[in-house]
Design a protein around this ligand. Sequence first.
Ligand code: GLN
Ligand code: ZN
Length: 772
Amino acid sequence: MTTVFPTATITGYPRIGARRELKRAVEAYWAGKSNQNELKQTAQKIQQDAYRTLTERGLTDDYAIPADFSFYDQVLDTTRLFTALPARFESVRDDSGLIDLDGYFALARGTEHLPPLELTKWFDTNYHYLVPEIGPATGFTLNTEALDDLLAAAEAAGTSARPSITGPLTYLLLAKAEDGSPADFAPLDRLADLLPLYRELLAHLASRGVRWVQFNEPALGADQAVSEAELVQLIEKTYGEFTQLSDRPSLLVTSPYGNLTGLLEPLVTSGVEALHLDLVSTGYDQDALARLFGGDSAPLLVAGVVNGRNIWRNDLAASLHTLQAVGAASVSTSTSLQHVPYDLDLETGLDQKLTSWLAFAHQKVSEVALLARGLAEGPEAIATEVEQAKAALAARAQSSGVNDPCIRERTLSITPENYERPSARVRQQAQEDLNLPLLPTTTIGSFPQTGHIRSLRADYRKGALTREELDTHLREEIRCVIDFQERLGLDVLVHGEAERNDMVQYFAENFDGFAPTEHGWVQSYGSRCTRPSILWGDVKRSGAGTRGEAFTVPWISFAQQQTDKPVKGMLTGPVTILAWSFVRDDQPLAATATQVALALADEIADLEAAGTRIIQVDEPALRELLPLRAEDQAAYLDWSVGAFRLATSQVADSTQIHTHLCYSEFNEIFGAIDALNADVTSIEAARSRLELLADVPESFDRGIGPGVWDIHSPRVPQVDEIEKLLATALEHIPARQLWVNPDCGLKTRAYKETKASIESLVAATEAVRASL
Ligand code: GLN
Ligand code: ZN
């Protein structure tokens, strides 16, 4: 069965709501403040708004719009669609043996007795998906209820939407083996059991009259544990089988985020009717594409030329050129637009000049529609718009903030020595006068962001508090946090970060070259959103001169005045600042990272001059930007580690540099962590019971603090539990290198469990010290 494929489409759209309506609705539902009907009404409203906007913006062909609304996560939707319920969640099965909406939320959030499914980074983005747990005996049952609801909402809006579903290979490749599975079992072993359900799904959709379906296979653009040869066979088997079905919708396979490399040809010859490629994230050879897709039985090429991940206006001339060169049949986004905010028109506070360089989801849809017209009717049809885009790009390139000669000159004078410190031993000797006990105890930086702190900030925004008054309250907060830590007996203190709303935005606000947005929320996971700042220009600290002015120093110095114990200066690292911002696309990330590193080096120099002896530079996102293909990873680690070293190496030997990493498994990049050359590294480890330490090489001769308290839940760790973890740690790490700390900052915790947990941590440390 074939139906023409739309000439303009997108592979996905945000679903949290332009004003975060879904966030509010699900959170109210979880809190028991609304019922399921109300939640579903909000969901329908979000879908109606989407269909209306997308149609108005030019996605008018049948099946141009994907049906991809999700209450929480697209991978979890697939788990529900096939009832791939892990055995430990048996109790959430509904009366019909399926996963209903409450069961779905139980998998996402856990229950009183069941920890939730694991949350992991979605490719190299800051979105997180819920990891399916598949074992040899996991049962699969098709449950199209949620999907049917989406299709009904589309019909009600007068749209023939295209169901968007995680493809079978990606679904299993992203899954992990259920606990208790045999060692040689991999979820992919269950492909033969899952495929009949996909076939059943295709038959179901066909019976509903659906003519196009989208299977998302991003995992095929990233390196996998399985060999490429094996993946080729699996593609042939999977898509070969699908395409032989007599009554089915036509198939679009998408491959966002990466390059299909050796899997491109097998997909082209698999018999699917349309194949989407991400032509933005990686370079494909255009001539090769033109040849491949020019073949008689080749699928339609759905060309992802509008970047789904950043917020820059498209270079329409370049895109049009690409579309023509590769023989595109349809114009699309490189990835789902779920990674960008809804609508630039909401940002009334942005500088007019900057606005003219940008495109959010709505503007990107217009770009897609426009390019489709240019492709169909010839470039003359869109000549005016192409010229406008060109003019905006030229204006951007010439704008003074985009190219600051002083900053550029400074980066040119960087020397190899700027990345080096003397040996760890020399530094350790110089730091001895810190007089830290064996197994020093510390925390990661933030203390609970209480309702009080949030309301102070809100009052300031409303104008009910002056900056001065706010700062006075914040200093009072710092005084309390220091006092609290002293009473608990911690060794190295922190100021608590009460003045920071967010660990990246705070730096964006104090650096030139960044612009915060007002409504630019993007979903991070479930109901959680982040609001990345726009890194548009050359970076330095705000204020006079090339070096700008210190901004963390007054807070850290104030905190240090309250105590004789050392207080850590607290900064966010260059890679994390980049990863959690929308970064300029007109120069390599490495060049931008260098500028951010210099700005941080300036702040570190000022902290040091003010007497700060310990400075922590957090890099939780170091792993996040790791390229999807092994061959690209060394270059990335080279510049990212370099940026950290550039920021932290201009200090006296006596200054102790800490770093902190979390949110990922770091085992495979421990070499890079070692290369950061920090004096002390704190790292998330409690959930995996310090598994990571097995990968710490014997040559690692600096401090390390594997997290011994999982701060992601309110649960208080007991003393003996922490003692055991410390005993495990001491099997791998000499006592003189071991630090004791939680997994991460305490921002989201309450004081009640914070106090009890730190008490456990200190008591366990004292017991272990006594036994050494
Ligand atoms: N210093 C930050 C904090 O404690 C670190 C946060 C993070 O690693 N995500 O909140
Ligand atoms: Zn952390």
